[in-house]
Design a binder for this molecule. Structure first.
Ligand code: UDP
Length: 244
């Protein structure tokens, strides 16, 4: 969360944001299920200017064997940003940030996946960020849920994710990169709409208790929009295009 850039108007007098959106409007979201022939399941997402590909492999044997669990399956997640995905080249070695994001995505997916159905095995989720523009963890979590469903992994629900935040003293949906840098708070949320359960909630910035509640409810409503697009992506792959 950087200091406010005085030259940038984050919210104009008509309630329009720096990229032309209204306060409760998400960026353009396109999700495609499938696409990677060698993966058991895959998905591609464009979330504004974020472009992310996810491949799922498994359930498969765990090596080394002592890493496996006789009672349940394990989920392994690797979030990786391509060096060319951001304006300033990113070092290809795993950064602390990528390790943290891999962990939070894994923990956000675990309540959704019926790991108890495949003991001793692992399901691997590989996330490749091809282009980043703020909100990659939410876009990646959203696409990972679709890729797991595409792989036929038994699931209780899909996790849909989007960030809410505070920009120019206003709670907005889907914080973009400029808003993240110059805004006041960023709250990524992962939510399972059918089970009505939040599985990811982080907060960077400062909110009053009222703003916090508003942010959660704006984020949850946003997740419901994302969820419809996840279901549509799977429907399009398995039952043909649905234009509604
Ligand atoms: N970013 C970057 N270089 C990096 C890491 C991040 O330019 O090494 C940008 C990228 O656009 C990313 C944004 O900063 O989406 C916000 O990163 P953050 O850690 O808040 O995670 P995200 O919002 O992507 O989940």
């Amino acid at each position: 969360m950087g200091g406010r850039d005085a030259t940038m108007v984050l919210l104009d007098e008509n309630g329009i944001r720096c990229d032309g959106r209204k306060i409760d409007e998400p960026r353009r979201i396109m999700i495609k299920a499938g696409g990677l022939k060698n993966a058991d399941g895959s998905a591609y997402i464009e979330f504004g200017d974020n472009k992310i590909l996810v491949g799922v492999f498994g359930p498969r044997d765990v090596h080394p064997k002592h890493m496996s669990n006789t009672d349940t399956g394990i989920l392994r997640v690797r979030y990786h940003m391509e060096p060319f995905s951001v304006t300033e080249r990113k070092n290809p070695a795993p950064s602390r940030r990528e390790i943290e994001i891999s962990k939070v995505i894994k923990e956000a997916l675990e309540p959704a996946v019926m790991l108890e159905k495949f003991p001793r095995t692992a399901v691997d989720v590989f996330i490749e960020v091809l282009q980043a523009d703020g909100g990659t963890r939410c876009a990646a979590l959203t696409a990972a849920s679709v890729a797991l469903a595409d792989a036929g992994i038994p699931m209780r629900d899909m996790v849909a994710a989007i960030a809410a935040g505070k920009v120019a003293d206003t709670i907005v949906l889907d914080v973009n990169n400029e808003e993240d840098q110059a805004g006041q708070a960023d709250m990524p949320i992962g939510y399972m709409p059918s089970l009505k359960k939040i599985t990811l909630l982080q907060l960077d910035g400062i909110l009053t208790p009222e703003e916090y509640k508003k942010c959660v409810s704006v984020g949850v409503e946003g997740c419901k929009i994302v969820y419809e697009l996840q279901k549509k992506a799977l429907h399009n792959k398995y039952f043909g295009n649905r234009d509604d």
